[in-house]
Design a protein around this ligand. Structure first.
Ligand SMILES: [Mn+2]
Length: 376
């Protein structure tokens, strides 16, 4: 019979983003039920810090009650152990509450957990700064059909793209997977989804369950792992409540207005049609402007409106350059000498296409000159 395991990691529940992060948890619980999972594996960094764990443990437990008897197996990640905390400090979650199906597995270096009624054994490995001693782990021979590992760290030899790795690198040698006889390695720590096969073992990161920091683009997901006669396979489960992160470049004209939109309101209206209220939006203003003041007021207007539309909204303007600062440079002066004449001619002739082209030429030329000056 097929066994279905729900696998999620790096939810980073936090007091500072309490409502948002708990909404994501709520949706995870919903998917776990909807998919009829036999167990839920939470592979570390469920909480953003140790203090968040202490503060939000009751909320966390309350949401899990929805799952009834479905076992929820959890290992601590580096974030649960932040601030120099140890496995002994996990407080309210370390105790198995009567009626709760949550098991925080903290025994070092591992716990071999045998969920009742499932033909699977779970090798749960709480976070450590290194796993190099695994050849010495005296693991009993497998007695059930499947052996699944839970680990939190960076697997050597897997490729990671984007801003995924955390500052703390707890390296896992993939030889661990084969030597310990795993069929599936449920991983956490890397926020970008990814997987690799090592011998008989499929190692898989579902990616962070919510947008935790800038740069985490793409849909946030959990995974449904199916173990059956065909082997191990993984299906992606999108988490809508997590929203997405998106950074957009907003080129400005010389007056400091958006090139592609009439004003801040129109720009945000267009953005609102593509993005939802759970999203984290970053606008990066750029271009050559006559005066900084226009950019400042555009930025404030965007921030005022955007912060009401999106979960997080930020506007960066460090790519904006005041044309005035370039004007005295000989390269810029000689460029303008020819450009002004042609621009005036096009205006006089009412040639709108030529005027638009010249505006574009000016912007690109100033950009190039600016770049050359910056490189000197
Ligand atoms: Mn981590």
């Amino acid at each position: 019979m097929a066994i279905k395991l729900f696998h999620a990691a790096d939810l980073h529940l936090s007091r500072s983003e309490r409502d948002y992060s708990l909404t994501v948890l709520e949706e995870l619980v919903y998917h776990c039920r909807r998919l009829g999972a036999d167990a839920w594996l939470l592979c570390g960094d469920v909480f953003d810090t140790h203090a968040d764990l202490m503060a939000l443990a009751d909320d966390f437990r309350a949401h899990l009650r929805e799952l009834g008897e479905v076992p929820v197996l959890m290992i601590p990640g580096n974030h649960e152990l932040s601030g120099g905390k140890s496995l002994a400090d996990l407080g309210p979650l370390a105790v198995d509450e009567p009626g709760s199906s949550l098991r925080l597995l903290v025994e070092a270096p591992y716990t071999l957990h045998l969920p009742r009624g499932l033909d699977v054994e779970v090798l749960a490995v709480p976070f450590r700064r290194g796993y190099g001693d695994y050849p010495d782990w005296a693991l009993p021979p497998r007695e059930r059909r499947w052996r699944v590992g839970m680990l939190h760290g960076v697997v050597n030899g897997m490729s990671y793209t984007g801003e995924s790795a955390e500052s703390e690198h707890a390296v896992i040698d993939p030889d661990l997977f084969t030597r310990l006889g795993l069929h599936y390695a449920a991983l956490g720590h890397i926020h970008v989804r990814g997987e690799a096969r090592f011998g008989e073992c499929l190692a898989h990161y579902p990616g962070s369950a919510r947008v935790w920091r800038r740069g985490e683009t793409g849909p946030r997901r959990a995974s449904l792992v199916v173990l059956d006669d065909d082997g191990v396979r993984v299906e992606a489960v999108d988490i809508a409540a997590a929203g997405t992160y998106r950074a957009l470049t907003v080129p400005l004209d010389e007056q400091g207005a958006p090139l592609a939109h009439d004003n801040a309101k129109a720009l945000l209206q267009a953005l609102g049609e593509q993005q939802g209220p759970q999203d984290w939006i970053r606008l990066e203003l750029g271009g050559f402007v006559e005066a900084r003041t226009a950019v400042d007021s555009l930025r404030r207007s965007l921030e005022r409106r955007g912060s009401r539309m999106f979960r997080r909204f930020e506007v960066a303007d460090d790519e904006v350059v005041e044309a005035e600062r370039l004007r005295g440079h000989p390269l810029v002066r000689s460029f303008y000498a020819g450009w002004r004449r042609r621009h005036a001619e096009a205006l006089a002739a009412g040639d709108e296409a030529e005027v638009a082209l010249l505006e574009r030429v000016r912007r690109l030329s100033l950009e190039q000159i600016h770049q050359r000056l910056a490189e000197q």
